[in-house]
Design a protein around this ligand. Structure first.
Ligand SMILES: Nc1ncnc2c1ncn2[C@@H]1O[C@H](COP(=O)(O)OP(=O)(O)OP(=O)(O)O)[C@@H](O)[C@H]1O
Length: 256
């Protein structure tokens, strides 16, 4: 599967908040999107997930304009986790995760054992099985985020788009969620595109890093190439150094 964006411009309040020439994302790739606050990361992901249309340019999924896909058809291919999770009054975790099966159910196709298995698997993978009967709105921020990741997994789309999926997670759940996504990527060939603020998390998990600066792609390459003090300092506007991690000697970015 291939998602391509060409000659994109998004304008707001008389300024261009996103402008890019060519960008292609594929299933099988694990891509992290980095960039300072307001650099255009969510705008880019919303375009990819068809939550927003560009003012100029074209987005194609497997050669077909994104706009031409039916809702269900698109949801079978792309699963999107927004930054702001919607309120879901009255739903428990299992009911939320079951919603992930929506694209696979037609008007006449009834709930099948495969649907239940996908829901159980997603709850298990995210460590949310014990919370299945808890109301989503009564969960902690991190538990809620994991419940939504479970819903996304149940959708079984070949490409997952996640806008800051680790922002509310504690350290161990950040690494667990990223490991889960990477395992899905490695074992099932899923495409994962994830917006992150943690440069080191991106370097550890992604195969490809796209960094935005003021609405433009400032870097697109490997995590190894991204870990350059000069580039990181330019991206974030603060002096950043690299130090070797004790034990692994892997370079880690730290504020100077
Ligand atoms: N509807 C809008 N009207 C005006 N400006 C907007 C609108 N939506 C986004 N912007 C601006 O566009 C820029 C990019 O926003 P976007 O949310 O894509 O950034 P981001 O990189 O995801 O930021 P963050 O890291 O803070 O989540 C910001 O400066 C934002 O203020």
């Amino acid at each position: 599967m291939k998602l391509s964006l060409s000659d994109i411009r998004v304008h707001r309040d008389g300024r261009t908040i996103l402008g890019l020439e060519e960008l292609t994302l594929r299933d099988g790739e694990f891509t992290a999107i980095l960039g300072h606050n307001g650099s255009g990361k969510s705008t880019l992901m919303q375009l990819m997930a068809r939550q927003m249309r560009p003012d100029e340019g074209e987005i194609r999924l497997d050669g077909e304009p994104l706009a031409r896909y039916g809702q269900r058809d698109l949801a079978r291919r792309l699963a999107f986790l927004p930054q702001q999770l919607p309120e879901v009054a009255g739903l428990d975790v299992r009911e939320l995760v079951r919603l992930g099966r929506f694209p696979w159910r037609g008007l006449v196709r009834r709930w099948q054992s495969g649907d239940a298995a996908a829901v159980d698997w997603a709850l298990e993978q995210t460590g949310m099985a014990d919370y299945a009967t808890h109301l989503v709105d009564e969960l902690s921020g991190g538990e809620r985020q994991r419940a939504w990741i479970a819903m996304l997994l149940a959708q079984e789309a070949p490409m997952l788009l996640l806008d800051e999926p680790t922002s509310a997670l504690d350290l161990s759940h950040q690494y667990e969620s990223m490991t889960l996504l990477r395992n899905l990527n490695r074992s099932a060939g899923r495409g994962v595109v994830v917006i992150l603020h943690d440069v080191n998390l991106a370097a550890r998990y992604a195969d490809r890093v796209i960094a935005l600066k003021h609405g433009e792609v400032a870097f697109d390459g490997t995590p190894e190439a991204m870990l350059s003090p000069h580039l990181l300092t330019t991206l974030y506007g603060i002096d950043i150094n690299l130090i070797p991690q004790p034990g692994t000697q892997r370079p880690v970015a730290v504020v100077a």
